[in-house]
Design a protein around this ligand. Structure first.
Ligand SMILES: C[S@@+](CC[C@H](N)C(=O)[O-])C[C@H]1O[C@@H](n2cnc3c(N)ncnc32)[C@H](O)[C@@H]1O
Length: 324
């Protein structure tokens, strides 16, 4: 890596194996990060294959540019959400007239997680921010905790964190924030939220050892998903990918938790479904044909070897389809 950006690409060999990039083919990377996966693709698609890559994080874009400088003439970086895939592809279609594959490596990078000032981790003490795009986006996790009404907090914790004590937590947080001095009502720090969560759940910091995962894990996940509209963006982009892919082109999605994976799995299944007539119908009259082949019959997970090398890969789930 040419910069101090830290991230190890997950399921890298599998991405190359399933996307099968070849000489002069064009690809789209919806989540460029530091450019790890894109670099592998550009290497295989030389001399003329291009990658159109989306990335919201300015630091990641800068790192990817530096890391991939030998490919600069074949890499187009878009500083927008992949939710705008179709519109942005339209602008660059003349450079990449046929798309052989699209990659989505969802979630956040190690670089984002490990930088205390980004506020993604409950282990570091930074401002509770969690925005992927710190330039154009305004909503932060701090604002959600300090300003959102109790019912919206419950919904965030339930839907995006599947947190069992969502009601108790939301109620506790709303009471707690009323006690904050004025200057702290503007922005809070990760450590304050972690301490408050433990107090509300009546967990003593000395007893944390008995939990398999820290009680704040799911709450931080839920806040991150809400701040960045992650599930909405995923739901918006999936149908756009199918319109853009050339027949025979593949879509590979790496997700990191069951909420994302569920969306991907159902979407793939529906596209692969033939007849949608009710089971009691004696003959088919819907004429629905599958529009994709499911390439990964079973979800692909990292090998033990990869997990040993990069523990953060352990929850990765890869699914791949091919457009018919
Ligand atoms: C797991 S990292 C990607 C790492 C990359 N595949 C690599 O090998 O280096 C996910 C990246 O997606 C970016 N991201 C998340 N949501 C996005 C969105 N809606 N649009 C564009 N980029 C997004 C994040 O900022 C982060 O850098």
């Amino acid at each position: 890596m040419e910069s101090d950006y830290q991230h190890i690409s997950v399921l890298a060999d599998e991405i190359v194996e399933y996307l099968q990039p070849k000489k002069n083919q064009h690809f789209i990377d919806c989540t460029l990060g530091g450019g790890g996966h894109t670099g592998l693709i550009l290497n295989k698609t030389a001399p003329k294959g291009k990658v159109l890559a989306f990335e919201l994080d300015a630091r990641a874009r800068k790192a990817a540019k530096a890391n991939l400088k030998q490919y600069n003439d074949r890499l187009i970086i878009v500083a927008k959400s992949y939710a705008h895939l179709q519109e942005q592809y339209g602008k660059h279609k003349k450079d990449l007239p046929q798309i052989s594959g699209i990659l989505m490596d969802l979630g956040l990078s190690s670089d984002q997680l490990d930088r205390a000032n980004r506020g993604f981790s409950f282990k570091d003490d930074g401002p509770l921010d969690m925005r992927f795009d710190t330039k154009n986006q305004t909503l932060t996790a701090s604002e959600i905790i300090l300003e959102w009404p109790e019912d919206k907090l419950i919904k965030v914790f339930q839907e995006y964190g599947e947190v069992v004590s969502s009601r108790r937590l939301a109620k506790g947080l709303v009471s707690w924030r009323k006690t904050l001095p004025k200057q702290k009502q503007k922005a809070i720090k990760s450590s304050m939220l972690v301490g408050t969560i433990l107090r509300i759940l009546k967990i003593s910091p000395t007893s944390l050892g008995r939990f398999r995962t820290h009680p704040a894990t799911r709450i931080f996940q839920a806040l991150r998903i809400a701040v960045n509209s992650e599930l909405e963006n995923l739901t918006k982009v999936l149908p756009q990918t199918l319109d853009i892919l050339a027949p025979g082109g593949r879509l590979a999605v790496i997700s990191f938790h069951s909420l994302e994976d569920r969306i991907v799995k159902h979407y793939f299944k529906n596209l692969n479904r033939g007849c949608i007539c009710p089971p009691e119908s004696p003959v088919c009259n819907c004429d629905t044909k599958p529009v994709v082949k499911i390439i990964t019959k079973k979800v692909i997970k990292p090998t033990q070897k990869e997990i040993t090398k990069n523990r953060r890969s352990r929850s990765a789930l890869l699914r791949v389809i091919e457009k018919i």
